[in-house]
Design a protein. Structure first.
Length: 191
């Protein structure tokens, strides 16, 4: 199997189900941003972090491939008129969302209370988490726009939303693990 197909040379790509759309279609932008996020999570996982966080990131990366498949599926080809699924794609579940919440609760219990916004930074690994968090928020914005035009499973939006929160808490945990200073954002006073 060759990596290049030449089918996208004119600016279109195929969705699961065969429909061709432009490469700047909101659906392509949505799952492309999920792919970008997945790459950032791989970079975080490649850092000197604890094994539990690495394993959690692997689980999340797998879920992001599932989300990418959901977003890359032509909604008209996904189900028949009788509601039967044509394409057998794994779903994001309540348990997947609960998993992220439990991970956040566990990390948060070991962290000092947050009293201010925190400036991103303090250590390269922490900064990677903050970049991933902001890419996740962009993915969420794009997915909500797609949802308005071509609805898909609501669990996807919930998972992406929770994942950005998870990445924020992970950044705080890694700051603590790495001895990085959390610099609080303090609003400037108006003159």
């Amino acid at each position: 199997m060759k990596i290049y197909t030449k089918t996208g040379d004119k600016g279109t790509t195929a969705l699961f189900g065969g429909k061709r759309v432009s490469k700047h279609h909101i659906r392509i932008d949505s799952y492309g941003t999920i792919d970008e996020l997945n790459s950032w999570l791989g970079l975080i996982r490649d850092q000197n972090i604890d094994e539990h966080s690495k394993n959690t990131l692997i689980l999340i990366q797998n879920k992001l491939f599932t989300i990418g498949a959901i977003l890359a599926t032509d909604p008209e080809k996904a189900v028949q008129k009788n509601g039967k699924e044509l394409l057998n794609i794994v779903k994001i579940t309540d348990d997947d969302i609960s998993y992220l919440e439990k991970e956040m609760d566990c990390m948060d219990a070991a962290l000092p209370a947050m009293t201010h916004f925190i400036l991103p930074g303090g250590h390269t690994t922490v900064s990677y988490c903050h970049i991933a968090r902001t890419v996740c928020r962009r993915a969420e914005r794009l997915a909500t726009l797609l949802m308005e035009n071509e609805p898909f499973d609501n669990h996807v939006l919930s998972y992406i939303n929770r994942l950005s929160d998870y990445l924020f808490v992970l950044a705080r945990k890694l700051s603590q693990d790495l001895g990085a200073e959390e610099i609080k954002w303090v609003s400037e006073k108006k003159n």
